[in-house]
Design a protein around this ligand. Structure first.
Ligand SMILES: Nc1ncnc2c1ncn2[C@@H]1O[C@H](COP(=O)(O)OP(=O)(O)OP(=O)(O)O)[C@@H](O)[C@H]1O
Ligand SMILES: [Mg+2]
Length: 424
């Protein structure tokens, strides 16, 4: 049995133990409700009686004892009793829910989330686990999902998925807002310095959180180097342009180099050992693996204070695995889903997502640049900011914004040195 399979088995076992516990709690909950019901019945009958004339009460009681028939309540009394019973049941249910909550939360590992999924009515431990496996660990994440995503990834039925999404959208208040609110929110967006003033200016004061930034260009143009440097600069305190936070790196090409991180950390006067510890690296061997790692990061982001997620490169596996025209549609579909998940991850956890992308040559192209980023329209339309990198003299490189909703199409020069990225 592989390590992963062992882990799955272990989780299943834990889940079933928790289920048994929860069942026991539910059984005792029934007793609790029954007790509460009995005591409320008695109290309520007493209270109702207290309002009446004592003699009459005694007479009625004596008569009751004689005939040993239960007292018939008036309509008003019955109504009061029903209401008291209802309240007692609600109270008992609430108490029981509170006592089982901690178990469900442990299962979901969503302790760091703002609103636990298990808070939602109708979402039990099994659904919570399914959602977690799909990388959905917060109500906001579900609110941003489509029905198809929940059906495909979390194995839910159409109706359940639609109901759950609607509920989550109501919970997080996903509705219209005025432009001034959006403006204030955008001004408050955190940004991460690249360590080069030129690049920072190009990106509009560093790379933006809650969106995807794509670096594309030929080999050796500095995509991986910039990605490494951002893993270091995100750890800088806010006053130095960082976020005092950590990074996650999905390495699809085996080009992550801790020694480069050490060199860059020293340049910024940070403790290299600590900086390395703050970067979670996952080597992705296939596109499916890459997709799963992204989901795993979604579950880790809050707990590990991850504010930068790098996917280097976004497209290489998809490009290598789906060969031939016949596979194009499914490649684009899977890539599309992956990018949308990354965007959701960015918004869900307020992280900056940085992806790299290669270019391919266009044999049918005669004028201008005969290269184009891989992934076509899918990548082009989904990445918020796209930056094209090209080689210049020796260590110098040119970066150009090619697609941004708010930045002008300008160019700047940077340089790759032994301690990282500098102004060119
Ligand atoms: N320690 C170092 N000192 C100086 N320059 C370095 C160092 N390590 C790498 N470089 C430079 O970085 C460049 C490679 O950049 P990078 O690895 O970011 O390329 P890339 O755009 O990711 O390419 P690919 O598409 O092949 O992944 C090379 O020109 C190399 O000379
Ligand atoms: Mg690279």
């Amino acid at each position: 049995m592989s390590k992963k399979e062992e882990k799955v088995e272990e989780t299943k076992k834990e889940a079933s133990t928790k289920k048994t516990d929860t069942k026991a709690k539910t059984d005792s909950l029934d007793d609790l409700v029954e007790d509460a019901y009995q005591s409320v019945m008695e109290e309520s009958v007493k209270e109702t009686k207290g309002d009446k004339n004592a003699d009459k009460e005694e007479k009625v009681e004596a008569k009751e004892k004689k005939t040993e028939k239960p007292k018939k309540l008036s309509k008003k009394e019955q109504k009061e009793l029903d209401e008291a019973t209802r309240q007692a049941k609600i109270k008992a249910l609430e108490e029981a829910a509170l006592s089982t909550r901690s178990d469900i939360d442990v299962l979901a590992q969503d302790d760091a989330m703002e609103i636990p999924i298990s808070d939602l009515p109708g979402v039990g431990p099994a659904t919570t686990l399914k959602l977690k496996d799909a990388g959905l660990t917060s109500i906001r994440g579900i609110a941003l999902s489509s029905v198809k995503e929940l059906v495909d990834n979390a194995d839910l039925g159409d109706k359940t998925a639609a109901k759950l999404i609607k509920l989550c959208q109501e919970q997080v208040g996903l509705t219209f807002s005025t432009a001034d609110t959006l403006y204030t929110e955008r001004l408050a967006l955190d940004r991460i310095t690249t360590g080069s003033d030129n690049l920072d200016e190009l990106f509009g004061d560093g790379i933006e959180t809650e969106s995807i930034t794509e670096l594309f260009g030929e080999f050796r143009t500095g995509k991986t180097q910039i990605a490494h440097q951002l893993c270091v600069t995100v750890q800088l305190p806010k006053e130095r342009g960082g976020l005092g936070a950590n990074a996650a790196y999905i390495d699809t090409e085996g080009t992550f180099r801790p020694e480069r991180i050490v060199e860059m950390a020293e340049r910024f006067g940070l403790d290299p050992k600590q900086v390395l510890q703050n970067i979670t690296v996952g080597r992705a061997y296939t596109s499916d693996h890459q997709v799963n790692l992204a989901k795993e990061i979604a579950t880790l982001a809050r707990g590990k204070n991850i504010r930068l997620v790098v996917v280097d490169s976004l497209t290489s596996h998809f490009r290598a695995e789906y060969i031939g025209r016949g596979t194009l549609a499914s490649r684009q579909q899977n890539l599309n889903q992956h990018i949308h998940f990354l965007l959701k991850l960015a918004e869900m956890h307020h992280v900056a997502v940085l992806v790299t992308n290669q270019v391919m040559s266009r044999p049918d192209f005669f004028f201008g640049d005969p290269t184009a980023p891989v992934g076509g329209n899918i990548v082009a339309h989904s990445c918020t900011t796209r930056v094209y990198l090209r080689k210049s003299k020796q260590t110098k490189r040119v970066a150009r914004i090619v697609d941004s909703p708010n930045l002008p199409e300008v160019e700047t020069v940077f340089e790759i040195l032994s301690d990282g990225i500098h102004d060119g």
